[in-house]
Design a protein around this ligand. Sequence first.
Ligand code: SF4
Length: 201
Amino acid sequence: MPRRIARAADAPETLLDLTPSQARRRLAEWVSDRGLPRYRVDQLIARLWQRPVGSWTEATELPKGLRATLNAAVPLPRLNAEVVQTSSDGTRKYLWRLADGETIESVLIPAGKRRTLCVSSQAGCALGCVFCATGQMGFRRHLSPFEIVGQLREIVLARESDKPTNVVFMGMGEPFLNWPAVDRALTILNHAEGIGIGARH
Ligand code: SF4
C-alpha cells in the first residue's frame, strides 16, 4: 500500500503556528477566561519567539502551577535535531525529525557578523529538478509555519549566540507552492514580537 502523505493541516494549530498578533489575541482570551492578570499576556508572548523556551516549565518567571497548566493546554512544539554536522568553515547542517517522522534540512552559514540560515519550506519537493536530491525524493508534505520558523527557534534554544541574522528559503521545497504557511512564517520572522529580522528586497 502506498504510504499516506501526512499534511501539516492534519496537525492541530499551535501558538507557534500563529502570527504574533494572532498569538497575542489567542493568549489574551486564554488569560482573560482564567481570570489571570493582563500582564501575563506580555510574559507569555515573549516566550514564544523573543526569549524562547523549550517548554513552559523553563519560563521560571511564571508561577509553577501556571506553567503546568500551559504545558497541558497550549504545549510548545519542538523539532528534533537528529543530525548536526559542522564543516571546517563553520557551516552547520541540520537534519530535523518532524512529529510525524518526516525529515527536513537547514543550513546555518556564518560569515563575519552575519549568520544566514537556509530553511526548508516543504518536506520533499514536487518540482523534481534533475540536479537536486530533494527533487528526487518527490513531494512529501507542506510544512506548517512553526515547522519553518521552528528551524531557527531550535538553533536559538540550543545556543542564543547562534541566532541567525538572515533567513533564506533555499532548503527543501519550493516556498511559493506552500505560500499560506510561508507567508505566515515571514510575518513571524519579521514581526517585532516574533524574530524581528527586517525584510530585504
Ligand atoms: S528543492 Fe528546489 S532545486 Fe530541489 S527540486 Fe525543489 S525547486 Fe528544484
